[in-house]
Design a protein around this ligand. Structure first.
Ligand code: IPM
Ligand code: MN
Length: 375
């Protein structure tokens, strides 16, 4: 591919990560050929693959490369093969270290229901049709990283596990600012979720969100909800939400829940962004929200669309290539409308009539063919 000033680090990782990444490579190649959108691509191992190669879930040199890259395209990490690895060296630590060292505090997780998939959701069609929610998950703090943490044995002989939920006002404000900015380009509504009824971090979160809103974003509609109530409302009436902003752990859970509104965990992409530097450039990592799915890895049946849509988010957020990002989105939409479905998108019932069950590679090929048709 022609050289470019776009530096991309590809980290396929473990499980279905490499399989779905292979399909995205087809689209990357297509973009180079047909739209002159080229990348200088470096590739490396992460997670279990890095443990096997280097004895650590991410090598220092890989972290350096990620810091230098304009964007990182990430697959997934983890699997039973590394179950016996000590906690601090687990495959997942590789991803967490990248998020932390790159300071990727804003994780954008859009849950958008494609018309063709309305029947694939377990919720009633009238509840999910046209749904378009953006969950902003804080990604570099909270209970994922708070100290003290660990497992100790107390004087009475009992073992004790400790994780610490903590947030500073600055950490809350910067992620809420991202939510308000994004809302202005959407339906102009933000719902902030925490547990201010039982957690001090929740009280602080609500106060800081309210203050920032008053200072700089009074034009945006801001509501607050307890995270448990929000989990319930997501199923009852998801259409009430536009942008949701919440902490690291609640965001992890609520985004998995939201993914099922769209029909499958295999459909949700994400973008993890840092703060813009003096030149306006943000560090960024793009990854599907699904995991490595060891149960289906190697079978060629994984859904590559979440990785595909993560690549589209990269085009949009790191390279301002909105036209190309829209093109990928449209190709996905049309291929679904034509009835192509990976196994995760089938219900094994009435709704599957007339659909074409395809594997990972066939889905990737269908997307490339549709891109060809579109331009
Ligand atoms: C996610 C994943 C990760 C998380 C794991 C793999 C560390 O579940 O990105 O949602 O918990 O953040
Ligand atoms: Mn998760």
């Amino acid at each position: 591919m022609a050289g470019s000033n776009r530096n991309l680090l590809v980290l396929p990782g473990d499980g279905i990560g490499p399989e779905v990444m292979n399909e995205v490579r087809k689209v990357i190649a297509w973009m180079g050929r047909k739209r002159a959108v080229g990348f200088d691509i470096k590739e490396d191992v992460v997670g279990g693959a890095a443990i096997d190669k280097h004895g650590v879930p991410v090598a220092d040199a890989t972290v350096d490369a990620a810091m230098q890259a304009d964007a990182v395209l990430f697959g997934s990490v983890g699997g039973p093969k590394w179950d016996s690895v000590p906690f601090e060296k687990k495959p997942e630590r590789g991803l967490l270290r990248l998020r932390k060292e790159m300071d990727l505090f804003a994780n954008l997780r859009p849950a958008k229901v494609f018309d063709a998939l309305v029947g694939a959701s377990t919720l009633k069609p009238e509840i999910v049709k046209g749904l378009d929610i953006m969950i902003i998950r804080e990604l570099t703090s909270g209970v994922y990283f708070g100290e003290p943490r660990g497992i100790t044995t107390r004087p009475d002989g009992q073992r004790e596990g400790i994780d610490t939920q903590r947030y500073t006002s600055g950490e809350i404000r910067r992620v809420c600012a991202v939510a308000f900015e994004l809302a202005r380009k959407r339906q102009n509504k933000v719902c902030s979720a925490e547990k201010a009824n039982v957690m001090h971090t929740g009280v602080l979160w609500r106060e800081e969100a309210t203050k920032l809103h008053k200072e700089s974003y009074a034009d945006v509609e801001l509501t607050h909800m307890y995270a448990d109530a929000l989990a319930m409302q997501l199923l009852r009436w998801p259409g009430q939400f536009d942008v949701i902003v919440t902490d690291n752990l609640f965001g992890d859970i609520l985004s998995d829940e939201a993914s099922m509104l769209t029909g499958s965990l295999g459909m949700l992409p994400s973008a993890s962004l840092g703060a813009p530097d003096a030149t306006g450039r943000r560090k960024a990592l793009y990854e599907p929200i699904h995991g490595s799915a060891p149960d289906i890895a190697g079978k060629g049946i994984a859904n590559p669309l979440a990785e595909m849509l993560s690549y589209a988010m990269m085009l949009r957020y790191s390279f301002d290539l909105d036209g190309e990002a829209d093109l990928v989105g449209r190709a996905v939409e049309n291929v679904l409308a034509a009835g192509y479905r990976t196994a995760d998108l089938l219900t094994a019932g009435q709704d599957d009539k007339g659909l074409k069950k395809v594997g990972t590679q066939e889905m990737g090929d269908a997307i490339v063919k549709e891109l060809d048709r579109l331009v």
